[in-house]
Design a protein around this ligand. Structure first.
Ligand code: NDP
Length: 295
């Protein structure tokens, strides 16, 4: 069997197009553009790349992008004051504070200060709670993107065995909640799980969100499983390479021979994250403007 490659890049492009069309409709109805504010503290190179690509994607989707770049030594009081100002700003529908923050700032305190109705990353405890009890709120972008790829491919997930490897608040836990909501039978595995290969073997759906290069082996997988690889890991450079290759948490080449479908790295889950962020921002805009959210 050669697994079908789940093309997250193409799916994300379609989603961005749809968000763009709805953003135009929003502008006509509300008399203003939907707006996303992104706050970056310090000069972490990876964060700078993410913030730049979020800005570009937001503008390309016909939304307003407000960038706030603060020096690395910004005090928590100043950062919280900026968040308060953005909470009150009617042109701002979504607020995203790029993590991780420099060490002297408390990520949780800053996230807690964001209005839950503008928390388009879905990291605020209110939104985590809403997801846990099945109320509508904002769901973290990466797991929501994974869920879109899964339902697009499999349709009804009811009764399927799903194993999520990883239990972080931003990927593993919300992923498990979404799968549970979709009536899958869900197991969450982590670093203390005994016999991980045996646990994974039961799964019709495997979501790997660990951060360990090619940890999940072909022989762990059930025949025909659908595999969503969230991991982004850079291998050490091979001879003659300047930078090492990017790989996921799953041994793609091996898994291709066992799975029925699998997301590649890069080009699978990664592109979905920003597309879902734009979608969440648009949903926030409709809600904040008191308009019905289009399907
Ligand atoms: P975290 O480091 O927060 O969580 C990793 C999880 O993996 C933990 O729950 C940990 O268990 C578990 N784990 C670690 N080692 C093992 C092991 N040997 N066996 C089983 N489980 C293990 O990572 P994130 O959730 O933030 O991210 C996971 C991966 O996804 C990373 O590669 C990250 O780069 C990528 N990512 C990609 C995104 C995208 O595509 N846009 C967005 C976000 C993340 P324990 O809790 O017991 O320590």
């Amino acid at each position: 069997m050669t697994a079908e490659r789940i093309d997250g890049k193409a799916f994300a492009a379609l989603l961005r197009e749809r968000v763009g069309a709805l953003a135009t409709q929003f502008e006509h109805k509300a008399g203003r553009k939907a707006g996303l504010a992104v706050v970056l503290v310090g000069e972490d190179p990876a964060s700078q790349v993410y913030v730049r690509s979020k800005h570009k994607a937001t503008v390309a989707a016909g939304m307003e992008s407000f960038e706030h770049r603060l020096p690395a030594d910004t005090s928590e009081a100043d950062l919280l004051a900026l968040v308060e100002q953005l909470n009150a700003d009617e042109a701002v529908d979504g607020i995203l504070v790029q993590l991780p923050l420099p060490g002297h700032l408390d990520d949780q305190a800053v996230i807690a200060a964001i209005s839950p109705d503008k928390d388009v990353d879905g990291f605020h405890v209110t939104n985590a709670g809403r997801l846990a009890v099945g109320q509508s709120g904002f769901v973290p972008c990466t797991p929501l993107g994974c869920m879109m790829l899964l339902t697009d491919r499999l349709g009804d997930l009811s009764g399927l065995e799903a194993v999520v490897i990883g239990r972080s608040n931003i990927v593993g836990k919300p992923m498990a909640q979404l799968l549970l909501d979709a009536n899958a039978t869900v197991t969450i595995a982590h670093s203390r799980t005994k016999d991980l290969p045996g646990v994974v073997k039961r799964a019709d759906i495997v979501v790997a969100a660990v951060g360990r290069a090619e940890m999940v082996k072909a022989e762990w997988l059930k025949d025909g499983a659908t595999v969503i690889d969230v991991g982004i890991n850079r291998l050490p450079p091979a001879e003659g390479e300047e930078k090492g290759r990017l790989v996921g948490d799953v041994d793609y080449a091996g898994a291709e021979g066992v799975a029925s479908a699998i997301t590649p790295v890069p080009g699978g889950v990664g592109p979905m994250t920003i597309a879902v962020l734009l979608r969440n921002t648009l949903v926030a805009a409709y809600r904040n403007a008191g308009l019905a959210v289009p399907e």
